[in-house]
Design a protein around this ligand. Structure first.
Ligand code: AMP
Length: 429
């Protein structure tokens, strides 16, 4: 499928081409035809999948073609000002040749911003992107005319409910015409979202973009470990396990080079793999790894994507990758083609939060293995650190500093701050 298949207005097509969009992402391929066919829609998709353009493109296309545009054609509700601004930036990019106007309305600004918003809302703007609290403030002042809106989008609906925006949203929706198209996007689909959706949408179509998940054959384990214990732990794991083909990931080429030196000094036969090597050198190393002359590679994420070596039986994450997708790619180097393999992650105190994000994305906990006694005690995480970050605040803790509380995965990232009630406009076009 290409963007040509959607028959977008020429001016919109030019905008998305100039943004470098060549092919629709899977969520775009699935949702755009449904939105063009005027269906209400519930879509389960994470940030990073191209979900914003999946609703913006068909909505903007329809607005472009409408010669009798109302004061406001589309309302997009988003939980935070950051998301509202990001959406507005995508509108600006795609709308560049279309003449469509948009405004982001969110909390925390000054009086000038508020006046700019009032003016834009009064005079008319094609697309309003708003956090619910601030929009309610404008509605209360009596200047917003939402009675002709044709498209309502709820972006990150689960976060909006978590942040307590349910009543504000229902109040806003109460101002909209019943005859409209409603599109709800959410990263998760718990029952409360479904029941909320049933109040707002009519006979919705549903689209689900599954997040990538690690292969079932990978045994995932993690250790809570201090940086100065990591090398001893690697040596322990390699000495006590029967692994033939091993990749150790570190995040930067500097840390790969250092680790390579240290492991070789400790008697391991390893080779480093990073972007400073020439193509020839990389190919040589990979070849010897593939035909088992070399058992252990130490590499950056250059290694995590694309290299297809059968029979890697151990992946070690010397540190936690920043992006959960990188974790999936790294550990996906093992257990390929229905085989089994082990993926071990070292978590120091600094990386504990990042690992929680990974567990949350996978919707599962990774087995925590106690440090072998000869390596010493695991570092203790400052009391309450994770609770403060993630609003957990219940359950006990084990001696590794992790919560003993089972079944808490859905609550890790709650407790985000609700934006304040006053706002700022990014532009009033
Ligand atoms: P989102 O999931 O909407 O936050 O989008 C993630 C990123 O992907 C954004 O930087 C978009 O600009 C970009 N993006 C969205 N759709 C496409 C596409 N079809 N081709 C290339 N990049 C895209």
């Amino acid at each position: 499928m290409t963007f040509n298949d959607f028959n977008f207005d020429e001016r919109l097509f030019e905008g998305l081409s100039s943004m470098g969009y060549r092919e629709p992402t899977p969520i775009q391929a699935q949702t755009i035809p449904l939105i063009q066919a005027h269906h209400d829609l519930i879509a389960c998709a994470q940030t990073g999948t191209g979900k914003t353009a999946s609703y913006l493109l068909p909505v903007m296309d329809a607005i472009c073609r409408n010669e009798n545009r109302p004061t406001i054609s589309a309302l997009i509700l988003a939980p935070t000002r950051e998301l509202a601004v990001q959406i507005d930036q995508q509108v600006e990019g795609m709308a560049y040749f279309t003449g469509l106007s948009s405004i982001a309305i969110y909390g925390g600004g000054d009086g000038i911003g508020y006046e700019q918003q009032r003016k834009a809302l009064r005079e008319g703007v094609d697309i309003v992107i708003a956090t619910p609290g601030r929009l309610i403030a404008h509605i209360s002042s009596g200047i917003v005319r939402l009675g002709e809106i044709q498209y309502l989008v709820l972006d990150e609906a689960d976060r909006m409910l978590d942040m307590g925006f349910k009543d504000d949203i229902l109040r806003i929706v109460g101002q909209l015409p019943e005859k409209r198209q409603t599109l709800l996007f959410s990263a998760t689909m718990p029952p409360k979202i479904r029941s909320f959706a049933s109040k707002l949408l009519q006979n919705p179509e549903q689209v689900n973009i599954a997040i990538s998940q690690p292969a079932a054959g990978i045994l995932q384990q993690c250790y809570r470990v201090a940086d100065e214990q990591k090398n001893a732990l690697i040596l322990h794991i390699l000495k006590n396990g029967s692994y033939n083909s091993i990749i150790i990931f570190a995040s930067t080429k500097e840390s790969v080079k250092k680790l390579d030196r240290e492991l070789r000094a400790a008697g391991l036969k390893v080779k480093p793999f990073h972007s400073d090597l020439t193509q020839d050198e990389r190919e040589q190393i990979l070849l010897s790894f593939k035909n088992r002359q070399l058992s252990t590679l130490v590499g950056t994420d250059v290694l995590s994507r694309g290299i297809d070596v059968e029979g890697i039986d151990l992946v070690v994450n010397y540190n936690v990758p920043l992006d959960p997708e990188d974790y999936i790619h790294r550990i996906g180097r093992t257990a390929r083609a229905e085989k089994t393999g082990t993926a071990v992650t070292f978590i120091n105190n600094k990386d504990a939060r990042k690992f929680l994000a990974i567990e949350r994305m996978m919707e599962r906990k990774v087995d925590l293995v106690p440090l072998p006694p000869e390596i010493g005690e695991s570092p203790i995480l400052a009391e309450g650190a994770l609770e403060r970050e993630h609003g957990r605040g219940e359950g006990g803790r084990d001696h590794h500093g992790r919560s003993n509380n089972a079944g808490h995965k859905k609550r890790f990232f709650k407790g985000k701050k609700r934006p304040s009630g006053s706002g700022n406009a990014t532009k009033a076009s």
